[in-house]
Design a protein around this ligand. Structure first.
Ligand code: ADP
Length: 210
């Protein structure tokens, strides 16, 4: 359920001042009691607010799905993205393995000299190269990486929820965060990354675990 802007304002007011009467909420919004009546009905019916006669409105002690979803949907990739861990496409598979250990990550983003996205290389890509028996010191990562434009990306403006959905649907561990590029064939500039760990950390924060 998506709350309207006014409904969100009402929830904020109740959060700060509750218990508070409908009349007082209306005054804070510089609206009439009648104007906000439908919003109060929606908010109480959906279980976000509770109302008691002669006491007023207060936040439900059980945060509802709608409220939690509303908060999550506000968080943008730009607020949580991490530094991109990159490697150049001419680097060797051997270098990629060493970089993965040094950077302590499971996915490296492959970029050209201008920082534009060339591809992504994961642990399994490197394992595949390793069991293939070639010379890992000479084999460039560009041979084993997944290449642009077959890369699932996100942008700073996208919601974390949408990015998390992409991670699940495409069964990958990480997404490069890129500057939006209108031409789909042109590689975009890499500005960050978001991983399953980013999402897990956010989940813990939202749950009050840290
Ligand atoms: P792992 O190799 O540890 O299982 P992933 O599940 O992320 O890691 O990678 C699986 C495959 O998907 C690899 O071939 C990898 O190159 C590719 N891949 C990883 N991230 C992306 C992405 N964002 N977009 C497209 N392909 C990706």
């Amino acid at each position: 359920m998506q709350l309207s802007l006014r409904q969100e304002q009402i929830v904020d007011i109740v959060k700060r001042y509750g218990p508070i009467t409908g009349q007082q909420i209306a005054e804070k919004l510089k609206l009439s009691r009648a104007a906000i009546r439908p919003d109060l009905t929606v908010l109480t019916m959906s279980g976000i607010l509770e109302a008691r006669p002669r006491v007023g409105y207060y936040l439900s002690s059980k945060p509802t799905e709608a409220l939690v979803a509303g908060e999550i949907k506000k968080i943008k990739v730009g607020q949580v993205k991490g530094v991109p861990r990159v490697i150049r496409s001419e680097a060797s598979v051997y270098d990629a393995i060493v970089t993965m250990f040094l950077e302590d990550v499971g996915t490296l983003i492959v970029v050209d000299e201008g920082g534009k996205l060339d591809g992504v290389i994961s642990r399994k890509d490197l394992l595949k190269a390793a069991i293939g028996g070639g010379d890992l010191q000479r084999m460039p990562v560009s041979v084993v990486m997944t290449r642009w434009p077959n890369i699932v990306v996100t942008t700073a403006e996208e919601t974390v929820l949408a990015a998390a959905l992409k991670i699940i649907e495409h069964e990958v561990d990480a997404l490069p965060v890129v500057r939006p590029e209108t031409d789909r064939l042109k590689s975009p500039e890499v500005v960050g990354r978001i991983t399953k760990t980013t999402i897990t950390r956010l989940f813990v924060e939202l749950g009050g675990g840290r």
